[in-house]
Design a protein around this ligand. Sequence first.
Ligand code: TYD
Ligand code: MG
Length: 450
Amino acid sequence: AKKNSPFFVCGQCGLESRKWLGRCPDCGAWDSLTEHQQTQLSSAGRQTAIAQPLHMTTTEENTRLITGIGEMDRVLGGGIVPGSLVLIGGDPGIGKSTLILQLLASLAAKNLQMLYVTGEESAAQIRMRAERLKISGHNISISTENSVEAIIDLAGRMHPALMAVDSIQTMYSEEVGSAPGSVTQVREATARLLQLAKINHIPVLLVGHVTKDGAIAGPRVLEHMVDTVLYFEGDRGQVFRILRTVKNRFGSTNEIGVFEMQDSGLIEVSNPSALFLAERPVNVSGSVVLPSVEGTRPILVEVQALVSRSSLGTARRTAIGADPQRLALLTAVLEKKLGIALYDHDIFLNIAGGIRISEPALDLGVVAALLSSYLDKPIDANTVVCGEIGLAGEIRAVGQMEQRVREAGRLGFQTFLMPESSARQLQSSKKEKMRVLAVRGVSELAEHLF
Ligand code: TYD
Ligand code: MG
């Protein structure tokens, strides 16, 4: 294709197409595609292509900006890579601006110049937040400019060590016709900031609001463009906040950072297991502790289930913090393998504390909690469980078992119910004090648990 040939972008979902279509094949919106020209740098700004021998390229590993906020550095894979574009997404009000300001303050304290661009709040509002957070504001400059061209010009002159843009939805490019906040604008503004980051080696942190359906506005488009995507999550009624790596060109994904939102701002939680288990009821049916591994760190979480006879025609199935499909599957396995009828029971599953667990190791926790609630028999409070369950009811090995055992031991748990194959591997390493119970299938589960 010719370099300058136009292309079409769906204003609803950001889909790109070579030809115009009346209806977007991706999101189904009618008449939503508009024509674009390939963005070109003006001839003055055009880069001369260069190439260098691979072995002479720098890895940028040792030039990362260490933010000084440990939980943040962890999810970034060890700090911010120069010239990278990092997107922090999250619901409105979850604490993104607070996190950004604390991050800038931490870097500013190392005598680095920070540029904070905000289209959401006035400088006075930021100042008030800073005072509340006991941030002096030294080395932090604020701009309330919305034009991305003006911001790029400003950053070029100031050359800050880091620039934050809060939020990308408030930025607009003067060269694009559509309204601020539209997919086209968000996309174009991001493309320009990406150039700034790469050409001037200024790392840029973008804040993005998540829309109702869960995707960062300008769905998916932004995630493809940036180097790193972090989601800031949590239940607004709760104090925990989790910063999760969704994409990272410079580190592992599924890494999480845990914070607590207090009056004085976000506080790092270095011992999340203790936090997530703090309110755990003891000797109550339907509750069990699971050593989960998120990224590189084991975290103990409480899995809760409530199984009760349904008063409605169709039984309800609800999963909070876990995949509902997985719950449906595990319920079916229980029915088939243990011969219990759950079709006329409502089933509620919850991972306490507002954390979300997506690893298969959760299966055994779910099944144990379901069984405990169904039989109304509590699981011993000093026991943890962990393992994947297959459709035949077999319990399958999961990774990082030594880490899980260590974390459970550290928190004072004494018994670990795990897949037989995992137990065999552990036994050969022979250094754990934990009492290990090996299970092969869900049919053996009840005799070990109760
Ligand atoms: P904010 O950072 O503005 O969220 P976002 O940028 O994601 O929209 O913070 C939102 C909430 O956090 C706000 O309702 C007040 C609360 N908060 C605290 O509890 N403690 C604090 O120190 C600060 C600054 C905010
Ligand atoms: Mg904000």
